[in-house]
Structure formats: C-alpha cells, structure tokens
Design a binder for this molecule. Structure first.
Ligand code: CP
Length: 306
C-alpha cells in the first residue's frame, strides 16, 4: 500500500492489520514518560489543508510527532493559494522539499488522487469533498472494536446527512468489509440516488432503526454543502432525525453513540446525549491519534521499521 485514499481500496486483511497496529501504537506509547517513538525520525510529513479542520489536522500532527517525524503545516488560507496558486503548483513546490508523506484535505472529491501524480511520497486522504475520509472510518471502527468487542455481525445505524458525508461513505465500505450490518437512516432528500449499489439497508424511521443497533453514528448536517432546502426547518429535522434521550433509551443497553464531529448540538444530537457515558465522541478523537500513527508507520516504513 503506497497511499491511503479510500477505505474501498483496502482489503479486509489490510484493514484488520491497521486496526491491530492501532492497538499496538496505543500500548507502545500510553504510560510512557515521553509519549514518543523514534520510528519516523528524519522523515517529513506535510499537512496540506484546503478546508477547515479541528480534529483531523491536529490528530495527524500529533501522530506524526509521536513517531518523531518533522511536521510542516500548510494552510490554504495563509498561503499563496489565496493569490490563486493551483493545487498542482503548490504540490510541485512541496515536492521540492522532499516530504515522505503529504496529508491532504480538500473540498474537491478526487483531489488526493490527483496529488499522487505530482508528489513522490505517500498521500493520505484527510477528507476530500463528499468522497472519502478513510482515517475517520478507521478510528470509528477501532472505537467500535474496543467498545463492542468486535465488528463482525454488529448492526451500525448511520443517521442523517448521508448525501454530503464522506464519513458515511468511508464507514459503509469499511464496516461492511469487516462484517457489520450497515443501515442508513435519514430523510429521502439526504440519501444519495446511487445507493442501490451500496452494501447497506435503508430506513426512514429512526425509532425503529435504533432498537437493534449496537452503534448509532450521528452525522453532522452539512449546511455549507447545501444549495437547496433539503428539509423544512431545523426543528422538523431534529424531531424526525435527532438523537435525544427518549430515542437513546430505545437502543440496547450496550449500544454506543458516535459522532465524527463537529456536532450541531440540539439538531442531529441533543446535548445530554452527546455528553452521556454512552457517547464515544472524545474517545473517537483519542483513538484517531493511534490510528494515524499506525497508518503513517505502515505507509512510510512498509511495516519494517523498529
Ligand atoms: N471528524 C472530522 O473530520 O473533524 P474535523 O473537520 O474537525 O477534522
């Protein structure tokens, strides 16, 4: 594996290897006085972010630093991109610095794939348009494995704005590959039209969908990607598709509540649910660092480094 662009590209064995390595990274670093490994000393990782990010950018930076890599943070807003520089010219400029890896977030689906043509190092997709967000899906899968004891045979309901969600797409391919039953729940206007080709079940009824769900993944309503009115009002959306305490009580006792963040509290998820012990939201963020360490390690060393 040279790049990580999608979860669809991963075999089940590769996905399981990453999840196993994630656990090893957590074990290797947790409890150390200095939480660092020397594995990527002398290597450079560039974070190339054309879209805002709180979790993913800081998580990749932390992961690279915990592996002792040098990190260069590049934000489109404070670079020559604001003067009209193209992705290709930016990539060629970065390539001249010889990074071993480029982590890219971009509003255009497919931008990470294009980047692979212009840089020699590994390209890691940190979210492209509505297409893919593979490390988010991997950290979600790792969190489920830890909390539920496994993924095979589990039922996962992914709820809300599926149409605009790269997180949903990456989770669908990864979780189905790992043997989960994936159910998409949302208003018809927020479900894609090409969904028949996906390995999922569809429901428009959230209450019914929660009754046998081992995990429910609430998605942010992405108003910045919406050109039309996809639902009448935010109150109406919350009433039909928001996860509140009444709905949480419909889930099995062991069921967990996930959200990739950032959240619209009071819309897709009630504040009391987001803050409940059933929610894994901050745990997902913490696990993200171990997952990204595992992926950087695999791509930059082929799994060979000590
Ligand atoms: N989950 C996620 O991608 O969050 P950020 O947009 O903050 O990186």
């Amino acid at each position: 594996m040279k790049h990580l662009l999608t979860t669809k590209q991963l075999t089940r064995e590769e996905a399981e290897l990453i999840l196993d390595l994630t656990g090893q990274m957590a074990d290797a670093v947790s409890g150390r006085e200095v939480p660092k490994l020397p594995t990527l000393r002398g290597r450079t990782v560039v974070n190339l972010f054309y879209e805002d990010s709180t979790r993913t950018r800081t998580s990749f930076e932390t992961a690279a630093k915990r592996l002792s890599a040098d990190v260069v943070n590049f934000s489109a807003k404070t670079s020559s991109v604001s003067k009209g520089e193209s992705l290709k010219d930016t990539a060629l400029t970065l390539q001249a610095m010889g990074p071993e890896a480029v982590v890219i977030r971009h509003p255009a689906s497919g931008a990470p794939q294009r980047l692979t043509q212009w840089v020699d190092g590994a390209v890691l997709n940190a979210g492209d348009g509505t297409h893919a967000h593979p490390t988010q899906a991997l950290l979600d899968a790792y969190t489920m494995r830890e909390r539920l004891g496994g993924i095979e045979g589990r039922t996962v309901a992914i709820v809300g704005d599926i149409l605009h969600s790269r997180v949903a797409r990456s989770n669908i391919w990864l979780l189905s590959k790992l043997g989960a039953r994936v159910r998409l729940v949302g208003p018809p206007t927020l479900l894609p039209t090409d969904i028949d080709a996906w390995p999922v079940e569809i429901s428009y009824d959230l209450d019914a969908s929660l009754k046998d769900a081992d995990a429910v993944m609430m998605l942010r309503v992405q108003r910045e990607r919406m050109n039309d009115a996809f639902f009448p009002t935010t109150n109406e959306y919350a009433r039909l598709y928001g996860l509140d305490e009444r709905r949480l009580a419909l889930m099995p006792g062991h069921g967990i509540v996930m959200h990739p963040g950032p959240m619209n509290r009071g819309m897709e998820i009630a504040a009391r649910v987001a803050d409940s012990p059933r929610a894994t939201i901050t745990e997902q963020v913490a696990n993200g660092v171990w997952v990204r360490m595992a992926v950087l390690y695999l791509l930059l060393t082929n799994g060979d480094a000590q």
